[in-house]
Design a protein around this ligand. Structure first.
Ligand code: ARG
Length: 457
């Protein structure tokens, strides 16, 4: 097959060399974006009198036919034609004849591929934002059902202070909110048109870049033609935002995995999001959470991969940049899949309220309450800390908890203790009283939930 750029060549590459250089096996995913970009380009060319109106119309009709066929997976792509751009150009010529060869006037594959990637990431980023909102809604719904469910809060994975389970879930809500903002913010840089930058230097034809940008819904055009064809920052931004999002999902995965363990038993995952073992009949494994945790690695890899590809590349286009695509496609698939899995998993997970509450009663996470109690009565906090530390030690030696000690034991430690310490030690009261802004007090948690809901009203 003759190459579309074959004029200067006397010898053709062997098939395996062509295969090594080709990107059609993955960039076929840009088929719709490539066609949309070409339609806008053709319309601009005919508006500017570079193509006749009839030629413009013919090209547009041919491209729309190709789009319809693409929708039915009927387009015969060939590795010999290297990439999606040359494949479509060749198919267009097949469709409408020699006029197809005029489409590439005042354009290069370099601005063309950049345009495709911008269009693709715009669509995908918008879809991911919607999926984040779906997951946020599930988190809020679960949190609202568990505002007053108390559980141990941890630091160093040691029980620290009792908290509301709703509060814990809402922490992830706010992480996702920041992820969403990062994607939204990145759209400003995604939604810029490189089209018309040509190979690197612009073009001699009297084109109108603003017109094609407007047709494609871009907010602006790249100011510099070299930058337009060389910039992949917008993909890096997508990959880094996605890495942070995956890190958040991975942290929640980890918690879900140990909450679902026999040691914790805080939650039970729905059968639909767990799998069994091929050998151990009793097993119910949190595979989906584990997979999300595991897939985080490939998203980080995609980010580091592209950073490394771009490092040291001279201006302007270099073939290295063809390596920008697979990691991006893979990240879209991974992030999209993970968010969908998580929304379903959150919706269906069962919370073992009693187990959580029992856990919080059988520990020392109310020790801070006691110290606060004394501080409230005027004892410097540092001294209060010391007194309570000694009481905890006494309990550990006796094998009991603070609330099991008789009042005289407390009085021995300091006369400041009164009968009301028992209610202060109650974990439910302890949570309820943490009513500082953003704290775990039930009133605060409900406030945060109400605020969260306003975000998608
Ligand atoms: N397949 C190429 C890529 O993805 C398209 C741009 C090719 N441009 C070139 N001058 N060889 O990067």
């Amino acid at each position: 097959m003759k190459k579309l750029w074959g004029g200067r060549f006397t010898k053709s590459a062997e098939e395996w060399v062509d295969e090594f250089g080709a990107s059609i096996s993955f960039d076929h995913q840009l088929v719709n974006e490539d066609i949309d970009g070409s339609i806008a380009h053709a319309e601009m060319l005919s508006k500017c009198g570079i193509l006749t109106e009839a030629e413009g119309e013919l090209i547009k009709k041919g491209l729309l036919n190709l789009k319809e066929k693409a929708g039915k997976s009927e387009l015969p792509f060939s590795v010999k034609l290297e990439d999606i751009h040359l494949n479509l150009e060749s198919l267009l010529t097949g469709e409408i004849g020699a006029a197809g060869g005029k489409l590439h006037t005042a354009r290069s594959r370099n601005d063309q591929v950049a345009t495709d990637m911008h269009l693709y990431l715009r669509t995908q980023t918008e879809a991911i934002i919607e999926l984040i909102i779906e997951m946020q809604k599930e988190l809020v719904e679960k949190a609202e059902a568990h505002v007053e469910t108390i559980m141990p809060g941890y630091t160093h994975l040691q029980r620290a202070q009792p908290i509301s389970f709703g509060h814990h879930l809402m922490a992830y809500f706010w992480m996702l909110e920041r992820d969403k903002q990062r994607y939204e913010e990145s759209l400003k840089r995604v939604n810029v048109s490189p089209l018309g930058a040509g190979a690197l230097a612009g073009t001699t034809f009297p084109i109108d870049r603003h017109y094609s940008a407007e047709l494609l819904g871009f907010d602006a055009i790249y100011e510099n033609s070299l930058d337009a064809v060389s910039d992949r920052d917008f993909i890096l931004e997508f990959l880094s935002t996605s890495s942070i999002l995956m890190m958040h999902l991975s942290r929640l995965s980890e918690e879900i995995i140990f909450w679902a363990s026999q040691e914790f038993k805080f939650i039970e995952l729905d059968d639909a999001f767990s799998t069994g073992s091929s050998i151990m009949p009793q097993k119910k494994n949190p595979d989906m959470a584990e997979l999300v945790r595991g897939k985080t690695g490939r998203v980080y890899g995609n980010l580091i991969g592209l950073l490394t590809v771009l490092k040291g590349l001279p201006l302007a286009y270099n073939k290295d940049m063809q390596e920008d695509k697979e990691g991006m496609f893979d990240t879209v698939t991974t992030v999209t899949g993970s968010l969908k899995i998580f929304a379903g998993m959150m919706k269906t997970l069962k919370v073992n309220t009693e187990v959580m509450e029992k856990a919080v009663k059988n520990d020392f996470s109310n020790a801070t309450e006691l110290a606060d109690y004394l501080a409230d009565k005027g004892l410097p906090f540092r001294e209060a800390h010391e007194v309570v530390g000694k009481l905890v030690l006494a309990c550990v030696e006796k094998g009991c908890f603070l609330a099991d000690l008789p009042l005289e034991k407390f009085k021995e430690a300091t006369e400041l203790f009164e009968e009301d310490i028992y209610s202060a030690l109650d974990p439910y009261t302890a949570v309820k009283r943490r009513n500082s802004a953003g704290g775990t007090g039930f009133e605060q948690v409900q406030k945060a939930i109400d605020k969260a809901k306003l975000l998608w009203k």
